[in-house]
Design a protein around this ligand. Sequence first.
Ligand code: SAH
Ligand code: SF4
Length: 424
Amino acid sequence: MNLHESEKIGGILSARGYVATENEENADVIVFNTCCIRENAEDRAEGNIGALKKLKAKNRDLIIAVGGCMTQQKDFAEKLHKTFPFVDIIFGTHNLENFGTLFDRKLSQKKSVIEVLPKEETIVEGTPKFRTSYPNAWVNITYGCNNFCTYCIVPYVRGRERSRKLEDIVSECKELIAEGYKEITLLGQNVNSYGNDLENVDFATLITEISKIEGKFRLRFMTNHPKDLTEKLVKAIAESDKTCRSVHLPVQAGANRILKLMNRKYTREDYFQKVEILRKYIPDVAITTDIMVGFPTETEEDFLDTVDLVKRVGFSGAFTFIYSKRKGTPAEKMDGQIDEQISKDRIMRLIDLQNNTNREQSKEYLNKTVEILCEDFDEKKKMYLGRDTYGRMAYFKSDKNLIGEFVNVKITKTGGISLLGEIV
Ligand code: SAH
Ligand code: SF4
């Protein structure tokens, strides 16, 4: 999500004649697009901004801007302005699409431009994009979130859920395919509640409509909320020959008591049922997830429920996080915050478990031929890489640049999560 927003900021600057540089010493403009989902992201951003003071002293014309969900918190934006007065532009998430106007204003005045809007805007279409992830293209379908999970800051910094019009999304996808993109990833905090604020459309309709676009391409989407994963949607995914056989379905926790405290609106039994529906219509589906450990009051027994759920589902991948206290969320005020050492121990146990599962699943790939969309070249390994429909990464050699091509790769070696193969 943040990455695609950076592509929009890049697009706005590129429309003004700026070009990208790898070297910050050469830059005329540096924009930080911050994230506040966890505390360590915030700390890192502050360190990186502070480090630019020297550069600004050397080059007085350098424009430094900071935006994103961290600066959407008004008190943080004010603190940032006081701590780093050399920052020229501070903006939030609600006016990201308006960055161009703020930038132009800064060019015509000496004073810093600080603008953080209290309320989200309606959807702004047509922002130029400086895309950086060919052959994949990110496409927003919803903004904001209505779920208010008790640990999460997103609804406060990104506002209520708004869906883009189906026609706008489909026409953006058509253009991208015509331009040569080979994979589209639909983005939203909760893609499967797409259309709740529109008439007569839902996420299943959107999948079906995008799948009708001609040409060979892959369709992915993230993130799904388990409570909104309907049988109708699963059928639409199963019937679409464009949609990848992988679904990211964040579970967060395996104990019902914790799920309730998190306000996730489903139980572990509901989650198992969603997995069952997915596997009924798409038997080979790869399910990935997000899991959090150390939520306030989480006991060893609760954690073991998470371990049990992870074992039973057999995820193809899991992003694991230690709960991080976020200002203004209900969980911040909860009693029973968990000691960091306990959380670290729990996350390590989970990571070990998931790594083992991945190793076992990788073995099944040996000597199989899979279709890979070549995405990049790894300079260190001197190999190309890409993913199969299940999202599994494979590396392979080629004398020819294959980025953006579909290739058949026979898997000759398997390690942890990635695979090694030869083009056949
Ligand atoms: N909308 C998505 C998630 C967006 S945030 C969803 O509901 O699944 C991505 C992940 O960050 C979440 O799934 C969660 O696991 C993690 N996360 C969010 N808030 C967090 C917090 N306060 N501490 C630690 N992890 C958090
Ligand atoms: Fe945050 Fe929950 Fe919304 Fe995801 S669904 S963005 S975790 S509030």
